[in-house]
Design a protein around this ligand. Sequence first.
Ligand code: ADP
Ligand code: MG
Length: 723
Amino acid sequence: MERERAKNGEELPVSEQSVGILHGVGQKTREALSKLGVETVGDLVRLYPRAYQNRGDTMSLSLIREKLADGETGPFSAILTVAAAPVTRTVRRGMTLTKTRAFDETGSVEITWFNQPYIVSRVHVGETFRFYGRYTWEYGKLNLNSPVTEAWREDVPLADIVPVYPVTAELKQKFMADAVAQALRLTEREWKENLPLDALSELGLPTVGYTLRQIHRPESAAAIGAAKKRLAFEELYLMFLSMAQSGAAAKQPSGALRFTDCGLDEFLAALPFALTGAQARSVGEIAADLSGGKLMNRILTGDVGSGKTAVAEAAAYLAVKNGKKAVVMAPTEILARQHYADFSRLFEKLGIKTALLCGATKKKERNEILEGLRADGGVDIVVGTHALLTEDVTFGRLGLAVIDEQHRFGVRQRAALFEKAKNVHCLVMSATPIPRTLTLAAYGMIDVSRLDELPAGRAKTSTFIVNESYRERLNGFIRKQAGEGRQIYVVCPAVEEREREADAEELSNLSLYEETPETAPMKSALQTADELAHALPELRIGFVHGKLKSAEKDRVMTEFAEGRLDVLVSTTVVEVGVNVPNATLMIVENAERFGLSQLHQLRGRVGRGSYQSYFILVSDTKSPEAQDRLKAIKSTTDGFEIAEYDLELRGPGDFFSEAGAIRQHGQMNFRLAAACRDPVMIERASYYAKRTVEDDPALARPENAETARRLAALGRKEGKIQN
Ligand code: ADP
Ligand code: MG
């Protein structure tokens, strides 16, 4: 589209132009902005402040003293008159302190600036300033360190609420504020409403113009609240929209794909075990879909280990039995390999040909598979990664598409798959047990099968909660398990570098996002890996984290899966459904940082063989809430129950995307929606999304044009995450 416009000599809308067109944005800055997911001017408009400084809420020093005594920490704002000329002294090389005193009618405060000697020329005796910062009560007096210092004059009003933007080390707040101001000015006339107008009026949400203006230059805390509510709704709406869209695409009447032969005797005889009740029920639901004359659009949800693969195999079997082919797509190569191993072992017995296609597949073999996928080719079932999505892959006689862990694919990849697998039966597998409440809302257009029962004969996994004082014993336990030939996972929370930096330097007392309260200092994954290597030098330890290239990640994961590593230290980015039955111990560091559903999924990585397994949560958290959550994990193993509880506590975040994977890449997408705990908002967003898609599945109507653009922009970012 971009090229077409250029050809016609038409200008691209400013929103879609590169941030490079802004004043003061050069190559370096563009790279820094890109780390924040900002490529276009429009992205900058959608880069919401992470917090605000409420400098306008000024109070007297005596009130500040009272608040401090009540345990509040501020920051606070006060209008004060300077009592003495500031004096600078050098305390040691490279460090100066500039001190003065200031007062109001209720008291006085000692102010210290670090390394800001120029203050002397700006702050004079008798002048009045608004001082915003952290006040403390120490040594029997009120102190204030390095406050934001603004000259206070009746005739020059100051901004009361000042946004704090997400930044990287290279970007300064002042720069961000300028760049965003430019972006707002340049794009304002292009802003278009992207929500249904009746949704706005029903829920009392502000328009897009008000929202974008207030989110960046709020008039009041209440205005931020209104804007935030609208943005949360918008994110929910877009999220549901992309789900409903993929649902609608599949759900078309199709007599052609009515499977008439749904007998499973031969299949069940070849299966090495008897189906559980839940598996049998799900297979029955699928068979009914496949023979029902409409396209199946079903999600199969169940805990890790609940046996989703066998259900997918039954569906694939029915496709082949009815003269069609099936495609099974997994988000990573290692998962694709595991599925392939499982499928090919079973289907070989049935004389059904299975092939594996991923990025690493050699050209010659690849060509053979592509050949086999033609209508007259010999491949019945192909398992693979997104390598299946390249242009040269075409499926003949395709009848069924199975997608594992759909949420791990980007919007674009999903779209590409739906394009290729148009008009075929579709089965999505999800290891996140989706709470019933959300199923109703999100999957109204999709049918749901639930595997709420685990195959019998599994050794139980025991869950323990310990604190740092157990470190020695933990290491001893790792040694013992490894000594018995077992394998160990150590999982650490992903480090959000950018946010930590920002936290350290910027004071704010109004937050846009709900931050996880800082309960205990977080150990980095790197440090954990280091310490383990020191404590247990005799063990083979591997380390995977989000910053690794995916080939490298896969290599380490494969080494672990093949038993060539004793311990795998990882961040959750890699926590996909890998099956290593020999792993019997998982230790989760800073467990309070994880969502319940995440923890539950992690627990599913162990206890997959016949060995007694252990799931150990390490946490020094003092927060009673966090402790309750950890206890909840200890007390139940029912994924659906946990999911319901997690939804209540944290909002739908975990269920839509693996929040960890998105946050780690510094993306802000859907963070507001993820934290939205208002069931009415969730339900209404889903209602409007469904309605929109029913009316206009391709979002082709003019009134949906802006919505389509927003989805595309989000898809572009999500696509980036995958790379
Ligand atoms: P999921 O994909 O849901 O995490 P899998 O399909 O990988 O689970 O199944 C986990 C393990 O359980 C596999 O080793 C599989 O062979 C085994 N399994 C699946 N269904 C049954 C069953 N009905 N009885 C016994 N074992 C089963
Ligand atoms: Mg699986």
